[in-house]
Design a protein around this ligand. Structure first.
Ligand SMILES: CC(C)(COP(=O)(O)OP(=O)(O)OC[C@H]1O[C@@H](n2cnc3c(N)ncnc32)[C@H](O)[C@@H]1OP(=O)(O)O)[C@@H](O)C(=O)NCCC(=O)NCCS
Length: 188
């Protein structure tokens, strides 16, 4: 079962695989960008230690099968485009939460459509999930758009759920079930 939390997943244009410490610089440059972190529930990263800690924590939580965090690498250069994850895994309820973030240079190319669908299929087929959910800031339109294209339904809003640096925001909740209509994608 451990291999299920340490996969390499290939799509037409991308490879998804666990992050390595050698990715620290690239990861920092993506997640220190205030635009990328605008709707995140933590401030932009400021030091290489943030990246190293993230990579080590991801590895630990994969080892204990609590979450799956994968780097998204572009073929054929192996450049790190971002990361995607299944976290808050609840084995008994067969549910996990999905999250993703790409470097700004990689937006608008359909990479999350491709990586997201591959990760979702992995969650359904290899981890046995019945439900994948996502929680986003309702103002995060590109993320809402990406989720809707990935076949998620908007299920509700939790009002004033977060306060970050004194700014209060709502959460929009999305869900996709294994039994939902399959997507018709060109890329995944
Ligand atoms: C959320 C995020 C990953 C979405 O990125 P994105 O590039 O908008 O999403 P996709 O990868 O699905 O790309 C879709 C866009 O690529 C375009 N596109 C270009 N080439 C494409 C191709 N070959 N296939 C599919 N779409 C393509 C689509 O037309 C679409 O644009 P549109 O929405 O204007 O129609 C990105 O905005 C991000 O990293 N944000 C910061 C992190 C964040 O907020 N994460 C959410 C918390 S979970």
């Amino acid at each position: 079962m451990f291999e299920a939390f340490y996969p390499v997943i290939e799509t037409k244009r991308l490879v998804l695989r666990p992050l390595a410490i050698s990715d620290s610089e690239s990861l920092l440059s993506i997640f220190s960008d205030a635009e990328v972190m605008k709707y995140w529930n933590t401030p932009p990263w400021t030091s290489i230690q943030n990246a190293v800690d993230f990579i080590n924590d991801s590895k630990d939580s994969m080892l204990c099968q609590a979450s799956l965090t994968l780097g998204v690498y572009l073929k054929p250069t192996d450049e790190l485009a971002g990361k995607c994850m299944l976290f808050n895994y609840d084995k008994e309820s067969k549910r996990a939460e999905i999250g993703f973030g790409l470097s700004r240079a990689c937006w608008g190319k359909g990479y999350i459509g491709e990586a997201g669908e591959a990760l979702i299929q992995y969650g359904f087929n290899k981890l046995g999930l019945r439900r994948i959910e996502a929680e986003i800031d309702p103002d995060n339109l590109s993320s809402a758009n990406a989720l809707e294209k990935l076949g998620f339904s908007r299920e509700g809003v939790l009002r004033q759920r977060w306060e970050i640096n004194g700014v209060v925001s709502d959460s929009a909740l999305y869900g996709r079930l294994v039994t939902d209509e399959p997507l018709k994608l060109n890329n995944a």
